[in-house]
Each structure stands twice: as C-alpha cells, then as structure tokens.
Design a protein around this ligand. Structure first.
Ligand SMILES: Nc1ncnc2c1ncn2[C@@H]1O[C@H](COP(=O)(O)OP(=O)(O)OP(=O)(O)O)[C@@H](O)[C@H]1O
Ligand SMILES: [Mg+2]
Length: 394
C-alpha cells in the first residue's frame, strides 16, 4: 500500500479517538509550537525524521554478511544473512540466498552454483550482488519492498564508479526512485552507526576489520579526511589456519572448520592482556592417507595464523598516524572505534593500543554498525551535511 494511502487509513482509524483528545491536543500543540519557536534553526536540523515504518533502510553489503537495518522509533530492526547466492547453473534462476545458499558453498552438486559475489570487499559479480541487495530490501522491509522510500548502501572507500552504479541499478529495479538511493562510504556509515561525533572538527577514527577487507578512516567535519583500505580480514586468518594446520599436522581442513576454530578458541598475540588458552577438536583429511583425521587446534595456532593480518592492520594504522595533523590527534585519541566481525578477536584491541597508543573502543554489536549508520542516513540524508549535528539513534 502506498505511504499516502496507509497514512490516510491510519488517520481514519484514529479519527474517533482524535476527536475526544482534540482539546487536549490543541493545548499540547500550542505548547509545542512555543517551544519550537524558541529552538534555533540548527537545533531543528538535528531532528532525524522517519517517515514510515519501512521508509528507510540501511544496507551493509559485506564480503561475508549482509546486514540490513531499519530505524523504528528509538531502536533499529536489524537482520543479517550470509552474502551468498545459489543459482541453477547456466541460468539466472536463483535457488537460494543467505544461510541456505551458504550451506551449499563448496558442496554443491553439478547443476547448482553457490557464489559469494564479493571478494575482499570488492563486488566480483555485479549480477549476483544485485540479487543480494534486492533480497536485503525484501528482508529488511518484512516483504514490503513497495513501502521502502529511501535506501542507503555502504560501500568500501575505494569502490569504483561501476560498483556504485550496479548497487543503484539493483535498488532502482526494486522500484525505489534513483534520487532516493544513497551510496555511502562504509567508514562514514560505521562512524555514524557507532555514534561518533563525526561533525566535530576535532576528528574521530574508525577501524573496520571485516571478513575480506579492513578500512581505516579519519573523519572530521562530517567527511573522510584520510583513509586506508586493505584487502585483508578474517577470511585471510581462516585461510592461514588451513595452511598452518596442513603444515603442522599434515591434515587438510575445510575453511568453515577453520573459521569455527578461530571464533571458538582464537586470540591474537598481546603482551598486556592475559588470555586463556583454549582447544578445539577439528576433523580434516590426512594428506598422505586421504583418511579422516581428528586434530586439536589451540589458541596459539590461531594467534600465529592471525599474526600477518594483525601486523598489516597495525602498519596501516601507523601510516594514518604518520599523516595525521596535530589538530586531529586529541579527537582521534579520544574517539577511535573498532568495528567489523574480526575486531571481536580477543586481544586485538589491546594489541592495537600496545603498538599505536590509540585506546580504540570496541563498538557495541560491531557487525551491525555500518548498516545502522546507513539507516540513519537513509532516514535523514542531511546527516551527511557537515553543519548538521548528529543526534545518533541508539
Ligand atoms: N567472535 C569472533 N571472533 C573472531 N572473528 C569473528 C567473530 N565473529 C565473526 N568473526 C569474523 O568476522 C568476519 C565477518 O565480519 P563482518 O560481518 O564485519 O565482515 P563483512 O562486512 O562481511 O566483510 P567486509 O567488510 O570485509 O566486506 C568473518 O571473517 C568472521 O569469521
Ligand atoms: Mg564490512
């Protein structure tokens, strides 16, 4: 149902009640308008307007997960699914998207292909990425895509014009007006979603460590002033675990098993945090005999596998700090957040502080902040204007 129709219906239903409450409301209105007059223009611009239940959606199209957030009253409705599409081979018939398709990865029969359209944060297959964006709009609107008025999609800092276009096209195909599609840099969305004071001239920093990429960005006066985008993340840690296990035990394990071990017993090397060592049993294939073999993976092995990735991230933070103007140092010192799933690795936050002296704070729910920030922008595109002070929805 179009928004205007829905509004009218709601108005009719509320009609009777309204009559009764009319007098009280008039008084209330009068008080409100007086208060409003007293408010400055700037304060008015701070208001985050939300037009309807499904009107605004924020999407984080990630290498591993796609997250879609919808602002509603004082909170967000967030949904998440793996960025995987399964299609019938040789056709564009979609068989499954999300969790169901993920289970088919690497295990598909000949007539089905399951693909992750993004690799290292970059869209590799536009066609499949479009299905993901469209599915996100469907899921995010509880199957009411017609009611979606504005969509903001987060993309990596170095996304090409072709990628941006593809995302716009996918959204327009669902029926959303092109002028209502906002393609926003992920780092900016993350900062907004984490409630950082992006509009301040003092500076803030976001470190987004995802599955396929890591984005580090300095933000001041509502814009990105410096950025490093690297094609490393949690996926590389998983791959390194597979290689290390093969080297040390002569056993080849699947990438899903490697990821499970990373999440359950993983940590990174740190001198300041005392982390418990844990173990997990994993079954793989003995490379000599080809027979199944159970091995034990411990936290130390995961830390070894993570080390090259950790070092690369730290080098990038140092490069950013080398270039950081002194004016932005206090802001960055006080307001740096860590987001993205890989930032959940125990010890990583401590290690970053040890090596860079930046006390980065781990965002609440670090895998959803990009989508939440994008949703805030979709609800109120003026959020991106530097002069608008953000009243972050929490
Ligand atoms: N508790 C955890 N400990 C360590 N790693 C984790 C944990 N939870 C999730 N991860 C890892 O986080 C990554 C997914 O994070 P996220 O959803 O932020 O990535 P993405 O947005 O899909 O990727 P990108 O931003 O690179 O495109 C995966 O590599 C996953 O294994
Ligand atoms: Mg991401």
């Amino acid at each position: 149902m179009p928004l205007w129709k829905r509004r009218r219906k709601e108005e009719e239903e509320a009609g009777e009640k309204e009559e009764r409450a009319e007098e009280q409301e008039e008084e209330e209105e009068e008080r409100k308008s007086i208060t409003e007059e007293l408010e400055s223009e700037e304060a008015k611009a701070e208001e985050v307007e939300i037009y309807g239940d499904y009107a605004a959606l924020g999407i984080d199209l990630g290498t591993m997960n796609t997250v879609v957030a919808r602002p509603s009253e004082e909170e967000f409705h967030v949904k998440q699914f793996p960025s995987v599409v399964a299609v019938k081979k040789g056709t564009d018939k979609v068989l499954a998207i999300g969790e169901e398709a993920r289970k088919m990865l690497g295990r598909t029969p000949e007539d089905i292909v399951a693909v992750r359209p993004l690799r290292h944060g970059v869209i590799e297959s536009m066609e499949y990425a479009k299905f993901i964006v469209q599915y996100a709009i469907e899921v995010g609107s509880d199957n009411n895509p017609d009611e979606v008025e504005r969509v903001a999609v987060g993309v990596p800092g170095d996304a090409s014009e072709v990628e941006r276009r593809a995302i716009k096209e996918a959204t327009v195909e669902v029926g959303i007006d092109e002028s209502n599609v906002i393609v926003i840099q992920e780092a900016l969305a993350a900062a907004i979603g984490a409630g950082l004071p992006i509009a301040e001239p003092t500076g803030t920093m976001v470190i987004d460590i995802g599955a396929g990429s890591t984005d580090i960005a300095v933000i001041s006066l509502g814009g990105i002033t410096d950025q490093e985008t690297m094609r490393v993340g949690g996926d590389d840690i998983d791959q390194n675990i597979v290689e290390l296990v093969e080297e040390e035990y002569g056993v080849r394990i699947g990438i899903h098993e490697a990821e499970r071990a990373k999440i359950e017993v993983g940590r990174v090397f740190t001198e300041t945090e005392d982390l418990e060592d844990k173990e997990i049993e994993v079954v793989g294939k003995d490379v000599e005999t080809n027979k199944p073999k159970e091995i034990t993976i411990d936290s130390e092995l995961v830390a070894k596998a993570a080390e090259p990735v950790v070092q690369e991230i730290i080098r990038a933070i140092r490069r950013i700090l080398d270039r950081l103007p002194a004016e932005l140092v206090p802001g960055v010192y006080d307001n740096t957040v860590l987001v993205g799933g890989t930032s959940l690795m125990p010890g990583l936050q401590a290690r970053i502080e040890e090596e860079t002296d930046i006390p980065a704070e781990l965002a609440d729910d670090p895998m959803t902040v990009v989508a939440k920030g994008a949703a805030i922008v979709a609800a109120e595109p003026r959020t991106l204007e530097p002069e608008v002070r953000l009243r972050a929805l929490k």
